[in-house]
Design a protein around this ligand. Structure first.
Ligand SMILES: [Zn+2]
Length: 307
């Protein structure tokens, strides 16, 4: 939530103001694989791809619009949609787990074709838990950064990181997912709801990060519209419960008439992941492991709520 969102806050909650982490980012030594390593599974998740094939020498990652092949030895090349695009850099192995540098993620991402919103969702392999279609909305994007912490962490980036992970986890469970954006682009609020409405989505989940002049405030909040359906309340309850189980502080389920919640015809929920205005939340939200944990909780909550 930011100064510039054109929303109506039903509860008269005052949470405007751009604040952020008070501590500047720690000086970190130059990147080394050990410190900035990511597993291939995590890399796939963060890129919104699925591992479809792997052996000792290579791994294939796919989504509806892209095929990425990584040759998994140090200095091996990576291919995006048939073209060699660069080196995978250093590769380390520990038993069956393969680690690469997480700097590879933006290197690959820049070449990926967008799969939404133009393309219809595709059925994913794996056990089909539900036939549901879920729209995942990463808040803000493009010229709208959302809230910005004092050390420059932008909400739009955090939202996208977590939203991409949630989408990947749902797809792994057989849920059809459409993301309103998969990269750093601006999308009008109306269009975000329209993406769900056009497809008659079973659920719309918008992902944001919070800010408050009271910098001691931390934790997450789950919102539904004041006129929300019982289904929306049920999903919100499940997400709240799953997120609280991660140990994050819950502000509970609140009602607020955010535009995306009101304009979406089906059940709609908005999650504020935490406060970028709080030092501790801010540090956690930029951490990939914490992002994974929150994403897993949101995905679990969605899956429980869809039943
Ligand atoms: Zn926001």
């Amino acid at each position: 939530m930011t100064l510039r969102t054109n929303i109506i806050i039903a509860l008269g909650l005052v949470s405007l103001g751009v604040a952020g982490c008070e501590q500047p980012q720690k000086q970190t030594p130059k990147p080394v694989v050990a410190e900035h390593a990511t597993t291939l599974e995590d890399l796939a998740l963060r890129l919104g791809l699925q591992i479809t094939e792997r052996d000792e020498a290579f791994v294939v990652l796919k989504n509806a619009a892209n095929t990425v092949i990584l040759f998994t030895q140090t200095g091996g090349r990576f291919f995006v949609n048939g073209k060699p695009m660069g080196s995978v850099g250093e590769v380390k192995r520990q038993r069956d787990t393969v680690y690469v540098s997480d700097s590879l993620i933006p290197q690959i991402r820049q070449y990926l074709r967008s799969t939404t919103p133009q393309q219809p969702p595709v059925a994913r392999p794996g056990p089909l838990k539900t036939k549901a279609l879920v729209v995942i909305d990463a808040g803000h994007g493009g010229h709208d950064p959302g809230t910005i912490s004092t050390n420059g962490l932008r909400e739009k980036g955090i939202n996208l990181e977590v939203a991409t992970r949630v989408a990947g986890l749902l797809q792994q469970r057989g849920v059809s997912v459409v993301m309103t954006r998969q990269d750093d682009r601006f999308i009008e609020l109306e269009e975000r709801s329209d993406i769900a409405n056009r497809r008659n989505a079973d659920l719309f989940v918008s992902i944001h990060s919070d800010s408050n002049p009271n910098r001691s405030l931390q934790g997450f909040t789950v919102y539904v519209a004041r006129t929300a359906s019982p289904e929306a309340h049920r999903v919100a309850g499940e997400i709240n419960q799953a997120m609280a189980a991660t140990g994050a502080e819950s502000h509970g389920i609140r009602e607020a008439d955010y535009k995306v919640l009101v304009n979406t015809n089906g059940p709609a929920v908005l999650v504020e992941l935490g406060y970028l205005s709080n030092t501790q939340d801010c540090a956690r939200l930029r951490d990939g492991t914490y992002q994974n944990r929150l994403a897993q909780a949101i995905a679990n909550g969605i899956l429980a709520g869809l039943r």
